[in-house]
Write a protein that binds this ligand. Structure first.
Ligand code: ADP
Ligand code: MG
Length: 173
């Protein structure tokens, strides 16, 4: 069993998955990419790494084989890999921008991500790659990380119905 938790940076993936109680092994993929050097060099413009998708795929397969019950994968890239269920965290762009600035990101990066969130970029990618029957959209706006983690637990247990397109943040644009 593999559950991906994706979403625009700032939607709260890492915070929420740290709180999830589950038998799945929680993988904070962005840390793994850095620590295991699963990259193809540095994107100087974005001050981030170019992910090596083949190397990540292999690493995840190995880790899953070693795990007892499977993986819960936290990353804005998680939907680009095989998964049984794909959780897409959402956040109203104004709140997302505030969260990112408070986390220490530049105003430019916060704004870029807020726009991307308003345009449903990651949700669209997740649905295109996995279909609506595997997508579980969770709106985190005005909700606590504990609350969000409870919803993720419901997805893992198979107690939540798939959903996509349940939010509309176009007022931000
Ligand atoms: P991601 O992993 O999706 O990029 P983080 O978990 O790093 O997001 O959260 C981004 C910032 O927003 C952090 O500073 C975090 O403390 C804060 N945050 C996360 N979840 C919430 C939430 N539900 N409500 C308010 N702030 C949150
Ligand atoms: Mg994160």
């Amino acid at each position: 069993m593999r559950v991906a938790v994706t979403g625009t940076p700032g939607t709260g993936k890492t915070t929420a998955t740290e709180l999830v109680e589950t038998d799945l092994e929680v993988v904070h993929l962005n840390d793994v990419i850095r620590e295991e050097e699963l990259d193809e060099g540095t994107d100087e413009e974005r001050n981030s790494l170019f992910a090596d998708f083949d190397a990540i795929r292999d690493w995840l397969a190995e880790r899953e084989a070693e795990s007892e019950n499977g993986l819960l994968i936290d990353s804005h890239l998680a939907h680009h890999f095989d998964a049984d269920r794909v959780v897409v965290l959402r956040c109203h762009p104004e709140q997302l921008e505030k969260r990112l600035v408070e986390r220490g990101e530049t105003e430019a990066k916060a704004e870029e991500n807020a726009e991307s969130e308003a345009l449903d970029v990651i949700l669209s990618e997740a649905v295109a790659e996995h279909g609506t029957e595997s997508a579980y959209e969770i709106d985190t706006t005005d909700r606590t990380p504990e609350n969000v983690s409870t919803d993720i637990e419901a997805v893992i247990r198979g107690e939540r119905a798939p959903s996509a397109g349940t939010v509309d943040y176009l007022d931000y644009l």
